[in-house]
Ligand binder design. Structure first.
Ligand code: ADP
Ligand code: ASP
Ligand code: MG
Length: 415
């Protein structure tokens, strides 16, 4: 298949997140893991995030200079965080006597579209990667970045190093992609807020997609989408021990299908804003115009509820991510008069709690049980949305921990 690499299955992609390489000791530990993989006979490609809070720090520096920096310059800036880690990790590996080379996203052949700060991967040109692997080097690639066909540097959206790793694993036909992070795997709830949560051994792509999209930030949603589409097996595990983590793969590939619990996990998302639009004309096409305007600005609308009052005016409420609020306000300002909007209310004190599980497809009554558990704790449900394997409720933000607690216990997930 290319220059010097005969067996696809020999290649392993290992991704280290920011907290896993936040200081020099941790970088040396990550180097040790890479060398161990190399010594087991694999060709090793590592993907790194920026060290610790480096990306946040870069964003803060930028905003102290320019409150509204251009997207291009932001990507030029943010892409440097991963470049620091790639060089340091490569040096740590070289220091232990192994041949290693670091590559930026562009050097690694990651071609993207030109949507700065949220670029999508168009293709991976493997030539350079295969050349370096062929000469027996360990490769460290800067995650979260690529370049447009015109050579402009782009980034893939916050948390995007996971997506780099999966894209490289897919392009190289790696046997699986290991995501090393600061927890032992994917848990039944965020282990930082639910101390009774436990590690899940195995998940289907669909379950992981729902977990990631409803708040389990342990994996970048687009990484899971990519993995599902290209059938890349993921192993999410700890950087700090050798315990096996969570495997994410096609359920058909797993022999544990029969052991699946009813509910696999509870997620929460506090990064939500609810926008309510009052006094809309109740006629065909209004919702499309309203939500189409949001989509046109790349704003992802999550839960949506519409009510029609006696005077035939409609109220539409929907949730978006916090960071999209300013763009959403601009869109609404532009279409306000055209749609007859009377009043707009913005509520930042909301959060979303969700339960996810393939078991709910065949077991009726799961939604009723969820609502009952929340009701017993005096938690009011403001909005609801469902998929075949997820139920989400928007509630007051201040009640989110209580909600996760009661659902985790109520659906027998406590360890
Ligand atoms: P990295 O820097 O390695 O990419 P992230 O911070 O992006 O790590 O993701 C790991 C974090 O995800 C954990 O520290 C944990 O708090 C959080 N998290 C949220 N939900 C879950 C979950 N269900 N299982 C595991 N971790 C979760
Ligand atoms: N460093 C980037 C971020 O903080 C990308 C990543 O860590 O995956 O979002
Ligand atoms: Mg991450």
């Amino acid at each position: 298949m290319g220059i010097g690499v005969k067996e696809k299955k020999d290649i392993i992609v290992m991704k280290f997140g920011g907290t896993s390489i936040s200081d020099t000791d941790k970088i040396k530990k990550a180097a040790g893991k890479a060398i161990k993989a190399k010594l087991s006979g694999c060709k090793v490609v590592i993907v790194v995030s920026a060290m610790g809070d480096a990306t946040d720090n870069l964003i803060n520096i930028a905003s102290s200079i320019n409150k509204n920096p251009s997207h291009r310059e932001m990507d030029m800036l943010m892409s440097t965080g991963e470049q620091v880690s790639m060089a340091l990790l490569s040096m740590a590996i070289q220091e232990k006597g192994y041949d290693c080379i670091s590559l930026t996203g562009k050097q690694a052949g990651l071609l993207t579209d030109d949507i700065y700060s949220n670029a999508k991967i168009l293709s991976v040109d493997k030539e350079r990667l295969l050349k370096e692997l062929g000469s027996n080097k360990i490769i460290v690639v800067a995650g979260f970045q690529g370049a447009t066909p015109a050579g402009e540097i782009t980034t893939l959206g916050r948390g995007g190093s996971d997506t780099t790793a999966v894209a490289l694993a897919s392009a190289l036909g790696a046997k699986y992609c290991e995501i090393y992070t600061d927890v032992d795997g994917v848990f039944t709830a965020d282990p930082r807020i639910e101390s009774n949560s436990s590690k899940i051994e195995m998940l289907s792509y669909d379950e992981m997609l729902e977990l990631a999209s409803s708040g389990a930030k342990v994996l970048h949603l687009r990484a899971v989408e990519f993995a599902k589409r290209h059938n890349v097996v993921l192993h999410v595990r700890s950087s700090f021990n050798d315990i096996g983590g969570t495997w994410i793969m096609d359920v058909e590939d797993s022999d544990k299908k029969m052991e699946k619990p009813l509910i696999s996990g509870v997620t929460h998302d506090t990064n939500q804003v609810k926008i309510s639009i009052f006094g809309l004309y109740d006629k065909p096409g209004i919702a499309a115009k309203l939500l189409g305007g949001m989509a046109g600005k790349n704003i992802n609308v999550d839960l949506i509820v519409q009510n029609v009052s006696e005077n035939n005016l409609a109220t539409i409420s929907f949730t978006i991510k916090n960071e999209d609020l300013n763009s959403a306000r601009k869109v609404l300002e532009n279409i306000k008069d055209k749609l007859g909007i009377e009043r707009i209310e913005v509520d930042t004190e909301v959060a979303k709690v969700s339960i996810i599980g393939e078991g709910m497809q065949t077991h009726p009554g799961i939604a009723a049980k969820m609502f009952d558990l929340l009701g017993q704790q005096d938690i009011n449900i403001e909005m609801i949305s469902t998929s075949t394997i997820r139920i989400s409720c928007v509630i007051r933000k201040e009640k989110i921990r209580k909600a996760v607690r009661v659902l985790h216990k109520g659906f027998i997930l406590d360890k």
